[in-house]
Design a protein around this ligand. Structure first.
Ligand SMILES: [Zn+2]
Ligand SMILES: [Zn+2]
Length: 280
């Protein structure tokens, strides 16, 4: 029984949910945490609210396609920190970028209230060098998103810089100030270096399958595993494929590196706990 806590699917530029879902069902996946992509990944190049609404509709229809294959799905939509840079480069002022993000978060709020999507993601901070202005705006958007997660009691996936303890310490402080339950706040794509302190602060983490899985999943926390599959035919191999989760875990259990119980806790129990889904 396998799961992927955080992946993206793109029916416009990639394989899409039809094909990926078929393969996942065949490989024994029971759950997928499906995260929306920035609109321009779907060919929606104008940074407008309409593009975001269309992108959310694509996300919801991709989730339906996965569910048709018998996979449980939770969907998250957000405003990726890379979008801050992208729209600013496209000509929006930094203030306009923030205003757009606020409107997008309002849209996300109404889509969650309508039951079209389930949570928020990704929001956060750039993991590469950029301007202070862009980082500040990305962080302001993240704080708004955390407030929304608090008010709606929904999960939120954070894309952060993976700087180890400082990343987790700052996030821990922010969650306290905002008053959001930390069990909702997932640090996605957590590196080994960042995983340990986040777990110490009681923050859930999702570990990319290409990382040192055996070491990290033994930590005593709410730990999930993800492919962060980007599903872009023009950039094959830039991310892991979701089915690599099945291969890696099968190998680790077979060779005795991890016990079956540890795999079950990460791939089933922790998903049930984090996402509040019924177990398979
Ligand atoms: Zn990310
Ligand atoms: Zn992602």
């Amino acid at each position: 029984m396998f799961s992927d806590a955080h992946l993206h699917l793109n029916p416009v530029k990639g394989l899409g949910a039809e094909r990926v879902g078929e393969k996942l069902a065949r490989e024994g996946f029971w759950f997928a945490g499906l995260v929306g992509l920035p609109p321009y990944h779907y060919g929606l190049d104008k940074p407008t609210l309409e593009s975001f609404e269309k992108a959310i509709n694509i996300l919801a229809s991709q989730a339906r396609a996965l569910r048709d294959k018998g996979i449980k799905v939770k969907t998250m939509a957000g405003f990726h920190p890379a979008e801050v840079d992208e729209y600013n480069k496209m000509g929006l002022t930094i203030r306009e970028v923030y205003d757009l993000a606020e409107r997008v978060l309002k849209l996300i709020e109404s889509k969650i209230r309508e039951g079209v999507i389930d949570g928020i993601g990704e929001v956060g901070r750039q993991h590469y060098g950029t301007s202070y202005a862009r980082i500040s705006v990305a962080e302001s958007i993240m704080i708004r998103a955390l407030e929304l997660a608090r008010d709606l009691d929904v999960v939120v996936h954070l894309h952060l810089d993976q700087s180890g303890w400082p990343t987790c310490h700052l996030l821990s402080k922010i969650t306290e100030l905002v008053g959001v339950k930390r069990k909702l706040v997932l640090v996605h794509h957590a590196s080994k270096h960042t995983a340990q302190p986040c777990v110490e602060y009681g923050l859930p983490i999702s570990v990319p399958v290409k990382q040192e899985i055996p070491e990290i999943i033994r930590l005593p926390g709410l730990i999930l595993v993800e492919s962060d599959y980007i599903d872009d035919n023009e950039r094959p191999g830039v991310s892991s494929y979701p089915w690599e989760i099945a291969r890696v875990f099968t190998r680790l259990v077979k060779t005795g590196v991890i016990e079956e119980g540890v795999a079950g806790r990460v791939l089933v129990d922790n998903i049930v706990e984090y996402y509040g889904v019924e177990p398979p």
